[in-house]
Design a protein around this ligand. Structure first.
Ligand SMILES: *Cc1c(COP(=O)(O)O)cnc(C)c1O
Length: 219
């Protein structure tokens, strides 16, 4: 499916939800995609992209930035504290602030580097043990802790469990954001971005529907 098809679907979903399309940012998730596919989307004029690994992003985005202005790169995958500095240098937003230790690392780096990218707190809405994120019950306290550290928290992010109705998770994330006065919601992927828009998503993360299936890297 091409960029224009996805944009048409976004516009339709926004209209049905009584929302402005311009309030929904399409993050094109380019992880593991061959550079030609990514560059084709850049050539069509798209500028917001998502990567889930610092290393992979470091290998491809500095080069693209030399050739294309206005790139807006989002980190959507788990971040180790020892890669936080590199993440601050590479990304325009980080969606995966998922633990107190990382918040403290960010606060220290913000002081030292004089800037901090806009942040989303990842909430483990399904309370899955293997998944990163703050538990829903701990979210209010964590938002307060981050604010006390002067971190620029913009919103919340979630990845619903694969075997559950995503809408319930989108609704929960929305509720948690609303009651903490957070305006941005990073939710919705290839299979469910229209539902996410109905529940107020401001940032949808779409990979395979846009670029095609990811080709697994051998090894
Ligand atoms: C890979 C990934 C996506 C995109 O998934 P698709 O199903 O290919 O759209 C979205 N969000 C996160 C956090 C991801 O890791």
């Amino acid at each position: 499916m091409g960029l224009n098809d996805i944009k048409t679907r976004i516009a339709k979903a926004a209209k049905e939800a009584g929302r402005d399309t311009s309030d929904v940012t399409l993050i094109a998730v380019s992880k593991v995609q061959p550079n030609e596919r990514v560059e084709a989307v850049l050539k069509e004029g798209h500028r917001s992209f998502g990567e889930n690994r610092v290393q992979e992003a470091a290998g491809k985005w500095p080069g693209f930035r030399e050739n294309y202005d206005g790139i807006d790169l989002h980190l959507i995958g788990p971040l180790q504290s020892n890669k936080a500095r590199q993440a601050f240098e590479l990304f325009d937003a980080i969606h995966t602030l998922d633990r107190p230790k990382l918040a403290h690392t960010f606060a220290r780096l913000a002081q030292e580097m004089g800037h901090c990218p806009p942040l989303f707190i990842q909430v483990n809405t399904g309370e899955e043990p293997q998944k990163a994120g703050i538990a829903p019950a701990d979210t209010d306290a964590f938002v307060a802790e981050c604010r006390a550290l002067d971190l620029p928290i913009q919103g919340l992010m979630c990845i619903p469990p694969v075997d559950e109705t995503p809408s319930l998770h989108f609704a929960l994330l929305r509720k948690l954001a609303d009651r903490n006065g957070l305006g941005k919601l990073s939710m919705g992927m290839s299979d469910d971005f229209e539902q996410a828009i109905a529940f107020g998503a401001t940032h949808i993360r779409v990979g395979s529907a846009l670029f095609g299936q990811r080709v697994p890297i051998a090894g």
